[in-house]
Design a protein around this ligand. Structure first.
Ligand SMILES: C[S@@+](CC[C@H](N)C(=O)[O-])C[C@H]1O[C@@H](n2cnc3c(N)ncnc32)[C@H](O)[C@@H]1O
Length: 285
C-alpha cells in the first residue's frame, strides 16, 4: 500500500524544524534565558533535532560539552547534521528516557522541554537519572504542558483528535474506548496536574522557582496543522485506526484544527510551566 505524504512524515516524525515554530520552539529561549553562571556541560533530554543544543552552544561560550539524549533515530540523524559545525563540543546518544542508562557526564545544566508527558507513568526514572548526573550546584530546567483534562482524561491534542474522529463518523462518546483499546493513553492523562507533579519533583529536587506562560497555537490553514500533528505526534493516535483510514485521519485533524481556528481565533491554548530545580540537599534544602 502506498503511503500518503503525511503518513510517511508521521512515521519518521519529519518536518519538526518547521512545525515546532507553532509551539515548542518558544521553550528554547525561555529556558536558556534562565541559565546562570558559566556552565561547562549541558545535557538536553529528548533533544529532538538539536535546536536547543544549537542555541545553547551559540549563547553560552563557556560550554565545552553539549550532550543530547533522544529516542528517535531520525531525529538523532537530523540533529547530527545540524550540530556538525560544533564538532567535539557535541555528543548525541540514542536513549530511551523511560529506562535511561548511566553516562559518564556530570552536568552543570540539564534541560528537558516538552518531553516529560511521554515518560508517564515512570517519570521517576528520568528524575533519578537527572539527580545522579547533575553537579551539586547544577540546575535542572524543565518545561511541562498542562492541558485541561475532561472526565475521560482527554484534553489538548486529544480533543482535536476526537473532533477529527467524529468528522470521520466515529461516535464522540466511543473515542476514549477506541483509544484505550489500542493502548493510546490520552496526552492529557500523560500530563500530571501541577500539584501532583510538584510532589513528584520534590522527591528528587528542590523547586527553586517556576514561571508560567500560555502556549497559543494558531495556523494559516488546515494543511499547516496536519503537518504539525504528524511532526509532533507522529502516528501515536493514527495507530488506533486501520491503515486504510490513516491518511484521511490526518486530513481530518487538519480540518478540526482549522474549524477551531475559525471559531475561536486559535487552535489551542494551554498553560506551560518552566521549573527551575536543584538537587535535594543543595543550597541548604
Ligand atoms: C515534542 S518533542 C520535543 C523536542 C525538543 N525537546 C523540543 O522542545 O523541541 C518530544 C521529543 O521527545 C522524544 N522522546 C519521546 N519519548 C522518549 C523517550 N522515551 N526517550 C527519549 N526520547 C523520547 C521524542 O522523540 C521527541 O524528539
Amino acid at each position: 500500500m502506498t503511503l500518503s505524504r503525511t503518513e510517511t512524515q508521521a512515521r519518521i516524525l519529519g518536518g519538526y524544524d518547521d512545525a515546532s515554530r507553532l509551539r515548542q520552539v518558544h521553550d528554547r529561549d525561555w529556558v536558556l534565558g534562565r541559565v546562570t553562571g558559566e556552565p561547562e556541560v549541558l545535557v538536553d533530554l529528548g533533544s529532538g533535532i538539536g535546536q536547543l543544543l544549537e542555541a545553547a552552544l551559540e549563547r553560552l561560550p563557556s560550554l565545552r560539552l553539549a550532550v543530547g539524549l533522544e529516542r528517535s533515530e531520525h531525529r538523532i540523524a537530523e540533529a547530527t547534521e545540524r550540530l556538525r559545525p560544533a564538532g567535539a563540543r557535541v555528543v548525541l546518544h540514542r536513549a530511551d528516557l523511560t529506562a535511561p542508562a548511566p553516562l559518564p557526564h556530570r552536568a552543570d545544566v540539564v534541560t528537558m522541554t516538552s518531553v516529560l508527558h511521554w515518560l508517564y507513568p515512570v517519570e521517576h526514572r528520568v528524575l533519578e537519572w537527572v539527580r545522579t548526573h547533575l553537579r551539586p550546584d547544577g540546575a535542572f530546567l524543565l518545561t511541562t504542558y498542562h492541558p485541561y483534562a475532561d472526565r475521560h482524561g482527554l484534553g489538548g491534542e486529544d480533543d482535536i483528535v476526537r473532533d477529527a474522529l467524529a468528522d470521520l463518523g466515529v461516535p464522540r462518546q466511543t473515542v476514549p474506548g477506541l483509544l484505550g483499546d489500542h493502548g493510546v493513553l490520552p496526552i492529557a492523562t500523560r500530563t500530571r496536574p501541577v500539584p501532583e507533579l510538584a510532589l513528584l519533583l520534590e522527591e528528587f529536587f528542590q523547586i527553586e522557582e517556576y514561571w508560567e506562560r500560555e502556549a497559543v497555537v494558531t495556523v494559516r490553514d488546515a494543511a499547516q496543522y496536519e503537518h504539525f500533528h504528524a511532526a509532533t505526534f507522529g502516528d501515536y493516535y493514527a495507530a488506533a485506526l486501520p491503515a486504510r483510514d490513516r491518511a484521511g485521519f490526518y486530513r481530518a485533524v487538519g480540518r478540526a484544527a482549522w474549524n477551531r481556528q475559525q471559531e475561536h481565533g486559535r487552535v489551542s491554548a494551554m498553560p506551560v510551566r518552566l521549573w527551575k530545580l536543584t538537587p535535594r540537599g543543595a543550597g541548604g534544602a
